[in-house]
Design a protein. Sequence first.
Length: 67
Amino acid sequence: MTLQDIQKMDKAFLTPDDVSCVLGSNPQTVRVTARQRPDLIGFEFTFVGNRMKIPRIPFLRFMGVNV
């Protein structure tokens, strides 16, 4: 998945699987870092139970996309 793919989506929330390709990381690394060192994650996220949810528009802004 690319940043352009994320821009074209209509979903309100992304998953670590969605953003890991753009970040050049592993989805599990994104999850673990968000749990253990949330200060290192530069974009908004929340956990609902065990699921990590990332708001799409704030993530795009973090990546430098004008939305």
